[in-house]
Design a protein around this ligand. Sequence first.
Ligand code: KG4
Ligand code: ZN
Length: 343
Amino acid sequence: MNKDCVLLAIESSCDETSAAVLKNGEILSNLIANQQIHAQYGGVVPELASREHQKNIVPVVSEALKKAQVQLHDLNAVAFTQGPGLMGSLLVGTSFAKGLALALHLPLIEVNHLEAHVLAHFIPEYLPDGTLKPQPKLPFLCLTVSGGHTQIVLVKDYLSMEIIGETQDDAVGEAFDKTAKLLGLPYPGGPLIDKYAQHGNPHAFTFAKTTMPNLDFSFSGIKTAILYFLQSQTQKNPQFIQEHLADICASIQKTLVDMLMAKLIQAAEQSNIKQIAIAGGVAANSALRQALQKEGQAREWQVFIPKLEYCTDNAAMIAMAAYFKYQKGLFASQRTSPYARLQ
Ligand code: KG4
Ligand code: ZN
C-alpha cells in the first residue's frame, strides 16, 4: 500500500517550457527552458510561444528525468498544466502529457496553474541545519501576483481555495512590463524595473493610484498615469528617462507594491488571518518581499515567501499540486482538454 509516488509534471502555460520530477513529495528535478524569442517583440507572441514549446518539450522532459535519475518505467503518474494560459501553449503540454500517459498506461493529473503557484509553498525546502523550512498552516492568505493574474486567495485546504479579491483589468505583472516598455526596456521588464530601482529614490515621483472597493485591484489607470507623466516630462527634457531611470523605476515599483500591500493588509484584517504568503512571478520582486517582511513584523504575521525559482513559472509547483491530487486519487480522463481562462 505504501508504494512510492514518482510524478512527472509539465508546465507550458505561457513562455516557459518546464518539466519536473517529484518523488514522495520531494522535488528531484525542475528544468525550465525560457523563450528568448519574445524579447524582440516586446511581449509574448502566442504562436511563437507554442512553436517554441514544441521544440523544447522533448529535451526538457528528457533532461528532467535524467537529472532525477528516473526512467519512464519508474513513473506513477503524469501531470500537466490545464489552464489558465495561452491556448496554443497549453495544448503542447496537454497533448504531450496525454500521449505519454496513454503510452505508459499511467494516470493523468490536470493542474490549475494558479492553484499550483499557491501550492509551491509546500515544496519542501531545508534550512542549513537540515530542518524543514516552515510552511503555511491552513487557513492562510496568498497574494498571487503574476503576468496574467493578481488575486488574494483564501486557502482553506490544499485543494480548496477562494478568490476574495482580484484585478478588474490588468495584472500587476502586466503593469510592470508595460511601464518598463514605456521606458524603453525589453520584455519582460518587471525584473529590470526591480534592478534599476535598487539605485533609485522611491519617493522621487508620485503617481495617482486607482482605488477599488472591497479587495479588488485595478492597474490600468496607473499605466496611463505613467504614460502621461513620461510624455509631459520628455517634452520638456528629451533625456528625462535616461537621466532619471533609477528614480522612475523605484517610484513605479513603490506605487505598485503599495497598492498590493494595502489590499493584503485589508484582507488580513478582515479575515483575522496572520499566515500570509505571496506567490507568482511578481513575488520575485525585492520591494514586495521587503514590504511583506516589514508588515509581517509590525503586524505579527507569519510570512511565507517562495524561493525565486518557485516564484516564476516552473513545473515543480505543478508537481506539488499534482501530488495532493494523486493522494486523493483525483485523476483526469484522456478526454481532458486545456482552458485558456479560469472557469
Ligand atoms: O508567474 P509568471 O512567471 O508567469 C505568469 O503566470 O504570468 O510571472 C511573470 C511576471 C512577468 O510580468 C514579470 O515581469 C514578473 O512576473 N516579474 C517581476 C519580477 N520577476 C518577474 N516583476 C517585478 N519584479 C521582479 N523581480
Ligand atoms: Zn504563472
